[in-house]
Design a protein around this ligand. Structure first.
Ligand SMILES: C[S@@+](CC[C@H](N)C(=O)[O-])C[C@H]1O[C@@H](n2cnc3c(N)ncnc32)[C@H](O)[C@@H]1O
Length: 236
């Protein structure tokens, strides 16, 4: 096994449990690895001079990291929070959020059996992950598996009707005034429409459902044709 390089690492902005350093002359964002020695998706591991281990957070693989790299202002994750994550796939972004919200929990909804199997294989040592094989358009079907209200809903499903799917889940599971992050891909909604119009329309759907949008951030070139919308839902 290759030895992790030792580099200076410091906190990224004032974001809890997010770090930065320079690796091969490039600025890199890291999270502190809670599953020591394990790389989840091929990301590089480094150590600081105290011997603490960090995992590179790749903005080309994770839209949340792309949002931070593009200067996204809202970082609403804290170390004990409970998250509902819709579209967990095989756990790339989930793994970094798991490093960040160490004492909390992430309920991971994913409808591909293959992806969730991979997620379980990769993240099985982490005790703050709860994988759920389910369709996020049917929140009633997993209601009994989530016996608490959550602090934040994160959604990245790349499907038409994304905003509606988010709203239905927030109404069922999110604490009033809780935060949401939604990665929206214009082409998944309508290939023929101008992306700017599509994003505005999704914002309107969210606002009509009682959301206050704090920021809409274009996350190209890390994810083409995508924005991250961040805001608060008043649960009306
Ligand atoms: C773009 S990938 C998510 C990548 C992941 N969020 C990450 O950053 O690591 C979208 C995922 O959403 C899942 N998905 C799409 N529609 C879904 C639905 N209705 N219910 C649950 N999962 C869904 C897909 O199977 C796919 O794994």
């Amino acid at each position: 096994m290759q030895k992790s390089p030792i580099i200076p690492v410091k906190q990224f902005k004032n974001h809890e449990n997010v770090y930065q350093g320079r690796l091969n002359d490039v600025d890199v964002i890291f999270t502190k690895n809670i599953d020591i020695g394990q790389s989840v998706y091929g990301e590089r591991l480094v150590k600081d001079e105290k011997g603490q281990e960090f995992r590179e957070w790749n903005p080309h693989r994770s839209k949340m990291c792309a949002y931070l790299k593009k200067g996204g202002k809202e970082f609403q994750f804290t170390k004990d929070m409970v998250i509902l994550y819709l579209g967990a796939s095989s756990g790339t972004t989930v793994s970094h959020l798991s490093d960040i919200i160490i004492g909390g929990r992430i309920y991971c909804i994913e409808f591909s059996a293959r992806s969730i199997r991979e997620l379980v294989q990769r993240l099985g040592n982490r005790n703050n992950i709860i994988p759920i094989l389910a369709d996020a358009t049917q929140p009633g079907q997993y209601r009994s598996l989530i016996p608490e209200l959550v602090d934040l809903v994160y959604q990245d499903v790349a499907q038409p009707e994304q905003a509606k799917l988010l709203i239905d889940n927030m109404r069922m599971f999110l604490k009033p005034g809780g935060w949401f992050y939604i990665a929206i891909k214009a082409r998944s909604i309508d290939v023929s429409q101008d992306p700017g119009i599509i994003f505005k329309r999704q914002e309107k759907v969210l606002e009509r459902a009682g959301c206050q949008i704090a920021e809409t951030k274009d996350i190209t070139p890390f994810s083409d044709d995508h924005v991250m919308i961040v805001g608060v839902h008043e649960n009306n």
